[in-house]
Design a protein around this ligand. Structure first.
Ligand code: NAP
Length: 300
């Protein structure tokens, strides 16, 4: 079998086109320009690249972005004060704190200061809890993008065996919850999982988010499985790869995402979707834009 490529760039382009239309509609009907505040503490080069990409993507679809930079040794209280000020600002519909934060910051305290109605990364405990009980205000962007790619590729989820490799708070755990909420039977593997292959071989849907190049080899994948590779790894020769041995896994899978060009473009795109949904809610008295299991058909 040779897998069909799930092209994240083209799915992302369609969703961004819809974002542009929704932003135009907000402007025309309500005179509202969706606003996203991005806070970055320190000068980590990778974070700076991500922030630049997010700001460019906002400009492309008509979201006004506002960037706030703090020095690496800034006090946590100063950053939290700024978050509270932005939480109260009606021009701001989304607040994002670029991670990771310097070590002297308490992540939960910082994230907890964000107005839950503007938590477009979906990391505030309110939104995490919403996901656990099967409904959510803002789904975290990376797993939200994966769900959209699965839906857009016509992958059936209910009743299938899904295996998530990686159990982080921002990717693996919310991914598992979203799949459970769509009635998949989900296993979650992590660094201490013994004999990873005994789990992955059972997966109809295999989501890999571990950050280990070549972790998943061909024989670990069930024939015909759908494989979503979230991993992003830079090899010593500069090449960007995922967590799967792409060539070998492609020969076993029915569908697969490439790296780059798979999940990556979807993550920033879902941030745009969450920001625009928040702006729409602010015009509609904050009735939930997204309720129930994640995977609303955003794409016609
Ligand atoms: P993370 O916080 O480092 O978590 C990695 C997870 O993978 C942990 O749960 C860890 O297990 C598990 N793991 C590590 N080695 C493993 C192994 N050998 N076997 C099984 N599980 C293993 O990373 P993350 O933030 O979730 O990101 C994961 C990957 O996705 C990274 O490559 C990151 O760059 C990428 N990523 C991509 C996007 C995108 O938009 N495409 C977005 C976010 C992240 P323990 O819990 O036991 O430590």
């Amino acid at each position: 079998m040779t897998a069909t490529i799930i092209d994240g760039k083209s799915v992302a382009a369609k969703v961004r086109w819809q974002c542009r239309e929704r932003a135009d509609e907000l402007q025309a009907r309500h005179g509202v320009v969706p606003g996203l505040a991005v806070l970055m503490v320190g000068d980590d080069p990778a974070s700076a690249v991500y922030v630049r990409k997010k700001i460019q993507a906002c400009a492309d679809v008509g979201i006004q972005s506002h960037k706030f930079l703090f020095s690496r040794d800034e006090k946590q209280s100063v950053v939290i004060d700024k978050i509270r000020e932005l939480s109260a600002d009606p021009k701001i519909h989304g607040i994002l704190v670029q991670l990771p934060l310097p070590k002297h910051f308490d992540l939960q305290e910082v994230l907890g200061a964000i107005d839950q109605e503007k938590d477009v990364d979906g990391f505030h405990l309110y939104n995490v809890g919403g996901l656990v009980v099967g409904g959510t205000v803002f789904p975290p962007c990376t797993p939200y993008g994966v769900m959209l790619m699965l839906d857009n590729s016509g992958v059936e989820i209910a009743g299938r065996n899904a295996v998530v490799v990686g159990a982080s708070n921002i990717v693996g755990k919310p991914m598992a919850l979203m799949l459970m909420n769509r009635e998949a039977t989900v296993s979650v593997c992590h660094a201490k999982t013994r004999d990873l292959a005994q789990f992955t071989i059972l997966a109809d849907i295999l989501i890999v988010a571990a950050g280990c190049p070549n972790l998943i080899t061909g024989p670990m994948v069930k024939s015909g499985a759908v494989v979503i590779d979230v991993g992003i790894n830079r090899l010593p020769n500069g090449q960007l790869v995922g967590d799967c041995d792409f060539e070998a896994v492609s020969r076993r899978a029915s569908k697969i995402t490439p790296v780059p060009g798979g999940v990556g473009p979807m993550t920033v795109t879902m941030l745009l979707v969450n920001t625009i949904s928040s702006a729409e809610r602010s015009c509609a008295d904050r009735s939930p834009a997204i309720a129930g299991a994640v995977g609303a058909a955003l794409i016609d």
